[in-house]
Design a protein around this ligand. Structure first.
Ligand SMILES: C[S@@+](CC[C@H](N)C(=O)[O-])C[C@H]1O[C@@H](n2cnc3c(N)ncnc32)[C@H](O)[C@@H]1O
Length: 295
């Protein structure tokens, strides 16, 4: 750091990175977060941060950097600070109105792609669409598909609509405000849903980053965490095409229970657990077709 009497301290990339990490000492991922914020503020990538280590930031850039560091120090998630999060190698705009897309949810996309050919004109329904990450990833992989995204939050629908438009999927995608599938009177070939599934009682043990910043309606689902699944399953026989595919995301420890609930609702359908990359149960899939279709 150098000093300039009129303009205040002058920071190089290296010195501001060090100071940013120091101010984030209460955060587990301090160094990583300081680097992400620095990249966002300067527009540099990882290589440039190294190659241009001695470059000086403008006063405006350092002020913005420290403002963002302060927000992160109060546990605000990085994605809300930068306004974006990557999912399925696509960039999604995120605001505090939507759950931040989780990398682990990508296994739901993989599960759908393992069970259905990508070139068919599938109709896809996403219940609890949030940022639109699941629906947009599927629409991107399935270029002939038509998609409908439902959410109870009008603000979330605004974010999802913007994402679909920006990703070039707007003409094939419709967004509806609603309470899960209630009032929808048509059937879909593929239904995906990552509903809230955290039991209310888990709140005190959860990270502040989540409970204080992410929308509570996207997280919690009653005493046992199964409330949303029950509501959705009430309508699923009406919404799912006879040979349709249903994929739910699940939380730790509730996959077995959900398999039983789905099997009871759709008795003639094969129901199984989807594991994430770490081998942990992360979803439940119910396939109305008795075979796996290859591309
Ligand atoms: C866990 S978030 C999932 C968001 C997104 N699909 C994803 O995977 O990141 C659940 C979403 O369900 C929505 N939601 C909650 N209750 C709902 C209801 N009764 N009907 C429709 N959507 C609801 C929330 O607003 C939230 O956007």
């Amino acid at each position: 750091m150098g000093s300039n009497q009129e303009q205040g301290p002058v920071w190089s990339l290296t010195s501001i990175m060090r100071e940013g990490s120091r101010r984030l000492s209460g955060i587990d991922t301090a160094q990583l977060d300081a680097r992400v914020i620095l990249k966002f503020v300067t527009g540099f990538d990882d290589a440039e941060l190294i190659l241009r280590a001695d470059d000086q930031l403008t006063e405006n850039q350092s002020e913005t950097f420290f403002k963002f560091i302060e927000r992160r120090a109060r546990h605000e998630p990085i994605a809300y600070i930068t306004g974006s999060r990557e999912f399925w190698s696509m960039d999604f705009h995120v605001t505090p109105d939507v759950l931040i897309p989780r990398g682990d949810s990508e296994c739901l996309i993989e599960a759908v792609l393992a069970h259905r050919a990508v070139d068919k004109a599938w109709s896809i329904l996403d219940l609890g669409v949030g940022s639109g990450c699941l629906l947009c990833a599927l629409m991107h992989e399935m270029p002939s598909a038509q998609g409908v995204g439902v959410d109870a939050s009008q603000a979330a629908l605004g974010v999802a609509t913007e994402n679909a438009e920006r990703l070039g999927l707007g003409s094939r995608t419709t967004f509806l405000a609603g309470d899960w599938g209630k009032g929808i009177e048509r059937k879909f070939d593929i239904i995906v849903s990552n509903p809230p599934y955290i039991p209310e009682g888990d709140r005190p043990t959860m990270p502040l980053d989540v409970t204080e910043f992410e929308p509570n309606d996207a997280l919690f689902a009653g005493v046992d965490g199964m409330m949303a699944y029950r509501d959705i399953l009430d309508d699923i026989s009406r919404l799912l095409a006879p040979e349709g595919l249903l994929v739910f995301e699940t939380g730790d420890g509730c996959a077995e229970t959900l398999v039983k609930m789905v099997a009871k609702t759709l008795p003639r359908v094969t129901v199984s657990i989807v594991n994430d990359l770490k081998g942990r149960p992360r979803g439940v899939i119910a396939d109305g077709k008795s075979f796996i279709e290859k591309d």
